[in-house]
Design a protein around this ligand. Sequence first.
Ligand code: CP3
Length: 343
Amino acid sequence: MKDSIFLKALDQKINSVPPVWFMRQAGRYLPEYQAIRKNYTNFLDMCKQPRTCAELALQPIERFKLDASILFSDILTIPDALNLGLAFHEGEGPKFSRPISSPEDIKNLQAFDVNALDYVFKAVEETKNILPRDLPLIGFCGSPWTLAAYSIEGGGSKNFSKTKNFMADHPDALEELLEILTDACYEYLKQQVLSGVNALQIFDSWADLLLIEELDKFSLRYTHKLVQLLKQDSVTSGTPIILFEKAPKKRIVDIAFDGISCMSLHWQEDIGHVANDLKNRFSIQGNLNPKILLGSDELIWRETRKICTQMNDFPGFIFNLGHGITPDINPAKVMIMIEATRA
Ligand code: CP3
């Protein structure tokens, strides 16, 4: 593991070839994923099979020889453990049958029991067992804000109007929910580390819903608390943490805080500018627009090269996409991106 170029990059070292992995690397764009997925109606049922999760996490590693693996699971396992009635219906994305719709729902929420997520920790163990021995495994969770937004909205949505109304009508109750989720994320990530993950990523996938002051108040404050809890705990203090903020209204340099090792950049960020701001303080992961992978080989080669050239002498660069890969992408195009990175 000490030779891992991914872990070296998280430690702000320059690698002659940048490590590469990408968000949603195990997923529907892979035919070998589809072959297993078709055996389950509800995606969450598949996430509850540790052996299957391990097999799915290994698929992109075998195909592309990536420099890091990510646990196969979902950020919504925590709201599921809080009994909000989560299911993934065909072609619809996540849906909660018992979303949080009032402050009373938060008062009545059942206590979070980390053991309810035992299947995730088993998946970590199974995955570590079958991955190449020197390949790091990334564990993850959603940010408290992103989990709250899904839990209130009851699923995905274009404008998250229920969540925004809840924020306006019941800001104190929302903060209570965020506290609960922060503690749940802490226990969840700690248990993932105890089970064998080598790095952690926090996904703030709904950061873009928030105005600047709201971003501080409802998202970063809780992510900050989560990171502090992890850094104060001897089990997790040495595990590097990556933070992904999706299209935030604040500059990355004004978001990054002590305890974070690496900022994962959304594709809208200008990676060269952010690199100037963060140099020698944080590592950077990113940030090719996944849509580029729908273009010609030449376009993929050019855009990948542009990022790698800009980041050539940056201490701590990890090549990644600027958001998750989508099901419409041809795996052959991914291979071109990886070859371009390594070239
Ligand atoms: O390789 C990996 O990254 C696999 C592990 C992983 C999944 N989801 C598997 C998954 C990870 C790290 C996630 C994170 C996740 N889940 C996020 C944060 C990343 C981001 O995209 O911003 C979010 C917001 C979710 C919530 C979620 N899960 C949604 C909205 C959906 C449905 C829409 C979609 O993109 O499919 C999922 C389902 C999901 N999670 C799938 C996979 C492979 C597809 C499910 C299927 O096969 O039907």
